[in-house]
Write a protein that binds this ligand. Sequence first.
Ligand code: NOJ
Length: 540
Amino acid sequence: MTPDMHKQWFHTASVYHIYPRSFKDASGDGIGDIQGVIDSLDYFNDGTEQSLGVDALWLSPIYVSPGKDFGYDITDHKAIDSLMGDMDTFETLLAEAKRRNIRILLDYVPNHTSDEHPWFQESRKSRKSPKRDWYIWRDPSECGGPPNNWLSVFGGSAWTFDDSSSQYYLHHHFSFQPDLNWRNEEVQKEMLDVLRFWLDKGVSGFRTDAIYTLIEDASFTDNPPNPNYRPGKDDPYLSLLHENDLGNDELYAAIGMMCAVLSEYDDAFMVSESYVDVPTLGRLCAACKDGRHAPLNFSLISLPWDVQEYKKHIEAIEETLNGHEWPNYVLGNHDRRRVTDRLGRERARLLAILQMTLRGMPFIYYGEELGMQGADIADTDRKDPLSALLPGLHMGRDKERGPMQWSGARHAGFTKGEPWLPVAEDYELYNVKAEEEDPYSFLSLYRHLIWYRKHSQALSSGVYTSLEVGSGDVLAYERVAQGERVCVMLNFSTEDRDIALPFEKAEVVASTHMRKEGEAVECARYRLRGYEGLVLSVHT
Ligand code: NOJ
């Protein structure tokens, strides 16, 4: 299937990821909420190119939760947490978003529940509980201690002992997030019904949490040691090779079940969280026969700053996901340092161009479009329980979850109360209001790229081809569709680079630097500034 045959909304959509606690607080309690998102909808699309132009919003969890992992520990999958609002407010969000042609995607957390979920409360009552098999319980190993050597993603054993029944339960994440047993048919039915519940309300799909930990090896065999592990340097989770606890073959059947539910609806779609290599991305995509599932591609979060590495990655994606499967690129999320904090703002601008001009779905993490950086978080302000679990090794994920910067007003206009996390120090420079007035701001660059992409056949669905332009520091490629040709050049060096473009006439579409849109370009010899990214429309 050629890319031009992709006709579904998700094949041309740009998606914006909202961490609702930090986006906009309408109630004044210092925590963002659904009403805050409703109040911000014009920012996303007011029908003009003065708005961002994204097509879909993905909301991190808004369900009832004790909030120990800020919503990823759910006690009721079908109800809205009172901190976030209520079902009426959510339905208003759906209706108001639809009016603006914006789709809503929800987070779906099938791997685990909160330990306060009524299912787990029942399950832990006794070995004979009718819901015992809904979670994964095992006897201690023969020598006592956990049933095997599996580790939790967040540190320590993946097993916690339950005194009252003298068994261990499995949790790939925090101990308060017991794993559901996806081999149990009642669990499958309940969790698939969760999808139907929200699809019936009108959401367009989901971002599925922690999919790769969904089903483990049924014999619960130990994981082998990782010979390359560097004690004291690497995350202890990497001390083992995760051969038996991740990505079990049955996972693909479970994804297939989810996709079968999606297929009951015209245009439902799902992305999923899985930090895996490109071949596995391909395999995960293929688990859904009709292309309704795309595992999120996090590779750009960890690639070294090297043109060849980027080129290799993009070409691998092109080769692997070139048919029914649809690529996507992520620069950051609520679990990883912001792109600006990892690489600095100049490189982040280059990557904005990269992400918006590659084939596939761009995912924008809130604030990325402003060049937002994280605040320095004092030890006493830390909220993520991860900092306490991996002291010295992990500073927690608070830095990437700070309040959205709306203006230069107090608390960046995020709340009238006291924000749950501190606002970044430089919010007076990097905020929506200030950047709207600056044609060269991050926001102006993002808006321009998103709208241009929307109107351009070449960028939204054209084929990708790598180009050679005479400099090893420049990543260059073109996208072509129906006679339209767009060429992109990204100078990874701090120094200027002279390049030769393999065509005769072209004009500027967008640049990280101060170049005028429509300006003609000297193709035979062109000087790209240090860290300049340039998008050209080529005369064909
Ligand atoms: C991945 C989520 O993105 C993260 O925030 C969460 O802590 C874990 N899954 C567990 O749900």
